[in-house]
Design a protein around this ligand. Structure first.
Ligand SMILES: C[S@@+](CC[C@H](N)C(=O)[O-])C[C@H]1O[C@@H](n2cnc3c(N)ncnc32)[C@H](O)[C@@H]1O
Length: 276
């Protein structure tokens, strides 16, 4: 019952276009009418309705905790995880003088963690709702939240030093990933850096081809309406990046970067590449 209710809420907030969770027009409109602490409270509540955010499988509500106390606790956990991502994964590739793009910023937790260490961040996403939550929860002077559809109006062609993308490509089909690489090539200056957090195929993360092979009604519905979770091999990344004008400099194991082993990190990698 609760799962059905969750799916209903998640569906009501979906926007137009593929994988646009919290992209429904009413989401920013609703948040915009609230004030102060109410805005933050509802931003957290809304984020908890999307499959992208706040569902980390480890956080469970404590017996005496209210939903809002629980969401605030999860918020603080996410802030900590994003600080760690900056420190252990992204920091070697970013400089104080950099203007960067956070590609697939969601509600801006990584952008907030990176913001003290770069000059400017364009935080880019397809979901107006996620961006509205980002403006409330992770507002920073040097972070500009931008919808990907309006990116050309805000982001200078060839004016970006680095693009990073965390926990995003695994939700893109190959076609969407190719157009993302195309955009990165357009915005980055020659020699600009591309830093991608990626997922290799494993027991949980099947390839796009394997997802598409499931012709059952459930499989088709999952592909159309569910959160895409694709793995790709290192070879596939090498080919796709090279095809779009990027040379891979290094591929690092996330377990090594984070200095710990766990099931999730084992098949994740960080790819650093340079625009030719
Ligand atoms: C799992 S969330 C990660 C958010 C953030 N990077 C983080 O790690 O906290 C994935 C995000 O990618 C965004 N996304 C998916 N496809 C995208 C696309 N084609 N262009 C820009 N953003 C996209 C989603 O809307 C979502 O906010």
């Amino acid at each position: 019952m609760s799962r059905t209710f969750d799916l209903l809420k998640w569906t009501l907030a979906v926007g137009s276009g593929d994988q646009n969770f919290l992209g429904a027009k009413w989401v920013p409109g609703f948040l915009g009418r609230l004030k102060g602490e109410n805005q933050k409270k509802w931003a957290l509540r809304l984020l908890s309705m999307s499959p992208h955010y706040f569902i980390d499988g480890t956080s469970t509500k404590l017996p005496n905790e209210t939903t809002d106390e629980f969401l605030l606790r999860v918020f603080n956990v996410i802030v900590g995880t994003r600080d760690e991502i900056y420190e252990k994964a992204l920091s070697p590739y970013l400089n104080e003088s950099d203007t960067v793009i956070d590609y697939g910023c969601g509600p801006g937790f990584v952008a907030a963690a990176v913001s003290p260490f770069v000059k400017k961040i364009f935080a880019l996403d397809i979901s107006d709702g996620a961006l509205a939550c980002g403006k409330i929860l992770n507002d920073r002077d040097n972070v500009e939240f931008v919808n990907a559809r309006d990116a050309d109006d805000s982001i200078p062609t060839g004016g970006i030093d680095a693009v990073y993308s965390y926990a995003v490509l695994q939700h893109m089909t190959d076609n969407v990933f190719r157009s993302m690489l195309q955009n990165c090539g357009k915005y980055l200056a020659p020699g600009g850096r591309l830093i991608l957090h990626v997922q290799l195929p494993d027991e949980t993360w099947k390839t796009e081809t394997e997802w598409r092979r499931d012709n059952s009604a459930k499989g088709k519905l999952k592909f159309k309406y569910g959160l895409h979770c694709f793995g790709r091999t290192e070879e596939t990344f090498r080919e796709m990046l090279s095809e779009k004008g990027f040379d891979i400099i290094e591929i690092k194991e996330m377990e090594v970067l984070f200095g710990r082993s766990d099931g999730e990190l084992a098949s994740q990698r960080l790819i650093a590449a340079i625009k030719r």
